[in-house]
Design a protein around this ligand. Structure first.
Ligand code: DAS
Length: 335
């Protein structure tokens, strides 16, 4: 009787499936290796788990977005009813891994563990990190200590809750951090260590309705501020006709006064703004951001601009008002 758990691995491309011309080149083509080949290269994995594989996409994650994320979410949901599958592992490019894990956490009500992983070095690179990441992500996926945690990210031995993963380095192996909380655990050898009390997202699956219709997510613009040029930025704001805009502001949510004035006028016209920050570990609070006196202008709390845009687009699709979105931003501050 085969008592090993079964993990269903869905590959989407990325560096982890990338192929370079030799082991020491820094250049490679993403998404070249199919998922079965990726997994077959991992000694010892088959002793721990049964594996089923699928290659859903084969591309760098810079080419993936909300439509692809929805396809991935629906595929996971469709497979979740299979009694022979105990957990899901998604191999994905790291460039948008924090966005797809945040999105999946918001739209899925997972019955089974969902763990995402990637790699900072291609599959053909000297000391490729992909095999270890897949092995460790598999251990997390079957660990009884991590049941009902929603979406998780495992990278470089760290276990991170999906909504809190941020990529903080373009090239380093230790490129993923967990913010605002720290990692909930780590994997050493074949051991899964859990720190403290893991806490699934308080709004896990809150936007599941997005999966139930064919409608696309409304576009949300992100406007990245830089020192000076506020007149140019004002023109961008004035010409912008998306219903939702995220401002990647300075520090803890500051921006030039003349820009704040334009935002206030557009907020009065019904646009919803989330003011985030261009720093990597964001904290934008009502008392820290440049004061803009309108309820349609929301501090991002701990969400970076890209995650703020995902939440705002899901909210706009449900015609949520700003005061309803504030609740979700506050709940996501809970570590
Ligand atoms: N190739 C990039 C991507 O697909 C980076 C990576 O996977 O690390 O996101």
């Amino acid at each position: 009787m085969n008592s090993k758990p079964t993990i269903y691995i869905i590959g989407t491309g990325g560096t982890i499936a990338g192929e370079g011309s030799n082991a020491t080149t820094a250049s490679y083509k993403s998404g070249q290796i199919n998922t079965k080949r990726l997994v077959n290269a991992i000694p010892g994995l088959g002793k721990k788990v049964n594996i089923r594989t699928e290659t859903l996409f084969s591309t760098g994650s810079e080419n993936l977005g909300p439509d692809n994320w929805k396809i991935l979410a629906l595929r996971i949901e469709e497979l979740s009813d299979d009694p022979e599958i105990n957990a899901f592992l998604i191999t994905h490019g790291t460039d948008t891994l924090e966005e797809v894990s945040f999105f999946l956490d918001l739209v899925l009500k997972p019955k089974k563990p969902i763990v995402l992983t990637g790699a900072m070095r291609s599959s053909t690179a000297l000391s490729a990190d992909g095999p270890a990441n897949i092995f460790q992500a598999s251990l997390a996926a079957i660990s009884p200590k991590l049941k009902n945690q929603g979406v998780l990210v495992v990278m470089n031995g760290l276990i991170i809750q999906g909504r809190q993963a941020i990529k903080t380095d373009s090239l380093a192996l230790e490129s993923f951090s967990s913010y605002p909380g720290g990692p909930i655990g780590k994997i050493v050898g074949e051991e899964v260590f859990i720190f403290g009390i893991p806490r699934p997202s308080p709004i896990m699956g809150r936007f599941h309705s997005h999966l139930l219709n064919q409608m696309e997510l409304p576009f949300v613009e992100i406007i990245f501020l830089r020192g000076g040029y506020s007149e140019n930025l004002i023109k961008i704001f004035e010409n912008n006709n998306s219903n939702g805009i995220v401002v990647a502001g300075f520090g803890a949510g500051t921006m030039p006064k003349n820009l704040a004035k334009v935002i206030s006028e557009k907020a009065k016209a019904g646009n919803i703004f989330i003011v985030s920050s261009r720093v990597s570990r964001v904290s934008v609070l009502p008392e820290t951001m440049t004061s803009i006196d309108h309820n349609n202008v929301l501090p991002a709390g701990v969400l970076n601009p890209q995650k703020s845009a995902i939440l705002l687009s899901l909210g706009l699709k449900e015609n949520l008002k700003a005061f309803e979105l504030v609740k979700f931003l506050k709940l996501l501050e809970i570590q």
